[in-house]
Design a protein around this ligand. Structure first.
Ligand code: SF4
Length: 348
């Protein structure tokens, strides 16, 4: 059995051709799945019962169940904990901005990248998510809120480029004008720096924004918090990012989680500004969300502002990410981690 939500329209056409069905059926079915957002094949009322029965033998539609929703009273951020068909749980976050609704989705159950400030990696990687499951995160949030999602950020649990094929399929599906029709320019993929995959992504002709989870401006410092730096040296990561920017014409973003006494010195700011200015990258400063098990904390507000000012004065294009949902478990992986701990299924 296969999830029909994960099929591109061309693939659906091919499958229907094999069933000797006319070509226009693919359009009708695709519309049911991605525009009308049905949750079962039996709901396709303009499709014959015979064909629906046939389709039901081969396909199903992923429906995520909402296990928990935390809503921030401060800023309207909503954090969702979804359960998947196999019992695993994943998180997604809805952040309302003045420009629209942005959703941060997970691309994997857990993560094997081991970044030391991140709760998502504490239990390791469980499995990749399918494109259909990623789409279902967005569709479920739209259904729950009754509002359109205008921006998608692949920055939740998981390293998107470690699940390359399904993530690319997801991007192609969600940006298909005949489906959800989200502009690729409104999609951001955040990576910790898997060099070969950045080159591969550069060749696909996608118009998405690449965000590098930089978090330190030197190889030595990066190694302290990001084990991936042991496999891909910072200079090579930056070279790959530069190639992506040249190939796609898209401006890069550097994500920088500011951690007290780890990467928040004026020297760190100076090095960071040099990198960003030379690569015309935008810097997104993220005051790190405290995670009990990781032992890292955010710098005091004054220090963060001094860091920001240093970058700005040196000509870097920089913003401090709005601290969304501080009154809920908003750090990546925290809600899922608490859930599996409470359920007694956390191995570590
Ligand atoms: S920050 Fe991202 S890549 Fe690093 S461990 Fe967490 S989920 Fe994985």
């Amino acid at each position: 059995m296969e999830d029909i939500r994960g099929l591109k329209k061309s693939e659906l056409s091919e499958r229907l051709r094999e069933l000797s069905e006319p070509a226009y059926r693919a359009g009708q079915i695709y519309d049911w799945v991605h525009v009308k957002r049905i949750s079962g094949i039996s709901e396709m009322t303009n499709i014959s019962k015979k064909l629906r029965d046939r389709l039901s033998q081969e396909f199903y539609i992923t429906v995520l169940s909402i296990e928990e929703v935390q809503s921030s009273k401060q800023d309207g951020t909503k954090k969702y904990l979804f359960s998947l068909a196999d019992g695993n749980v994943i998180e997604a976050v809805l952040m309302p901005y003045h420009f629209g609704n942005s959703v941060c989705i997970s691309s994997q159950v857990g993560c094997r990248m081991g970044c030391r400030f991140c709760a998502s990696t504490l239990g390791g990687l469980v499995r990749n998510l399918s494109a259909a499951e990623m789409l279902s995160e967005v569709y479920a949030i739209e259904e729950d809120t009754g509002q359109r999602v205008s921006h998608v950020v692949l920055m939740g649990t998981g390293e998107p480029l470690d699940n390359f094929d399904e993530v690319v399929r997801f991007i192609e599906l969600i940006s298909d004008p005949e489906g959800a029709g989200l502009s690729q320019r409104n999609i951001t993929l955040s990576t910790c720096g898997i060099v070969p995959r950045i080159y591969e992504l550069s060749e696909l002709g996608l118009k998405i924004t690449l965000a590098l989870s930089l978090h330190a401006a030197t190889q030595e410092k990066r190694l302290l918090t990001m084990p991936v730096a042991g496999s891909y040296e910072l200079s090579k990561v930056l070279e790959a990012c530069r190639y992506y920017a040249e190939r796609t014409g898209r401006r890069l973003t550097f994500e920088y989680a500011v951690v007290k006494d780890v990467n928040d010195s004026m020297e760190d700011a100076r090095r960071l500004s040099e990198l960003a200015v030379s690569m015309h990258a935008h810097i997104n400063l993220i005051p790190v969300n405290p995670v009990e098990e990781c032992g890292f904390s955010e710098p005091p507000r004054k220090r963060l502002e001094a860091f920001y000012n240093e970058l700005s004065e040196r000509g870097a294009n920089v913003t401090i990410r709005r601290e969304m949902g501080r009154d809920i478990d908003s750090a990546c992986g925290q809600l899922r981690r608490r859930y599996i701990k409470n359920a007694g299924i956390c191995a570590d």
